[in-house]
Design a protein around this ligand. Structure first.
Ligand SMILES: C[S@@+](CC[C@H](N)C(=O)[O-])C[C@H]1O[C@@H](n2cnc3c(N)ncnc32)[C@H](O)[C@@H]1O
Length: 240
């Protein structure tokens, strides 16, 4: 079921993590959290945090920790941020020893849970670990309404690492998107080719809303700005 990030983790930061996208996204997320009552130094859990690409933008304003299913991604995050707690866990069934004021799940990572049952289970776990009036901010991996097939092209050019990537994004089954990564990696005088496909669940806007509501999260805002990739569903844990 799980889309393996083992190989991609080694060059994930070079390829995907950059100030140009992450800084404005994090700034907007912070503004949204503030708008919905999350105060400075609140306990914030970054779900599916990967290599911790968003952590630098949050670590001074909140008491931040992370959770991800990939030990490889987490090890890179732990190396970069030794003072921060990172939990190995699955969105659909995680259990931690503390609760949080807010949780965020960015860059469409929720889509990796794939099925509606798993989406519902994830929202229940999120709700269960939020304090009353706590906030969940979840960015969808596109939606049924917004999805478009596409080919992404990009490159990274660092002194000791060159990467060219194309990603083919297409509908594989009615509500499953397949992303096929074609990566050419130039390192140590060698160019290697890496191909990997991952399956991602495509949910409708109503499915995101109902998964939240049924888990006890009142949808207080649907943010549609493009500075947060995918927009965001913001749910407040109903007190009681
Ligand atoms: C595209 S990466 C995004 C990482 C990070 N949010 C970012 O924006 O850089 C998706 C992440 O989701 C994680 N992931 C996938 N399925 C998961 C699950 N069921 N529970 C927790 N993390 C998961 C992967 O291990 C990976 O680190």
């Amino acid at each position: 079921m799980y889309s393996d990030f083992k190989t991609i983790s080694t060059y994930y930061d070079a390829l995907y993590v950059n100030d140009r996208e992450y800084a404005p996204e994090a700034a907007r997320v912070k503004a949204l959290l503030t708008r919905h009552g999350i105060v400075s130094q609140a306990d914030l859990l970054v779900l599916a945090c990967g290599t911790g690409g968003h952590i630098p933008y949050f670590k001074d304003d909140y008491h931040v920790s992370g959770l991800d299913l990939s030990e490889d991604m987490l090890n890179l995050a732990r190396e970069k941020f030794p003072g921060i707690r990172f939990h190995l866990g699955n969105l659909i069934d995680f259990k931690l020893d503390s609760d949080f004021d807010a949780m965020i799940c960015l860059y469409g990572s929720i889509g990796f849970v794939k099925t509606m049952d798993n989406l519902r289970a994830s929202m229940k776990r999120i709700s269960a670990h939020l304090r009353p009036d706590g906030l969940a901010l979840i960015t969808p991996w596109s939606t049924v309404e917004d999805f478009q097939s596409l080919i992404v092209v990009d490159a990274a050019d660092k002194p000791d690492l060159k990467i060219a990537r194309m990603e083919q994004v297409r509908l594989k089954e009615p509500k499953i998107v397949e992303v096929t990564f074609h990566h050419l990696i130039g390192q140590n005088n060698e160019v290697t080719y890496h191909k990997q496909s991952m399956k991602i669940g495509l949910f409708s806007r109503e499915e995101y809303r109902s998964a939240m509501t049924d888990a006890g999260l009142e949808v207080v805002e649907e943010y549609r700005g493009t500075d947060v990739r995918g927009g965001a569903y913001i749910g407040k844990r109903v007190a009681g």
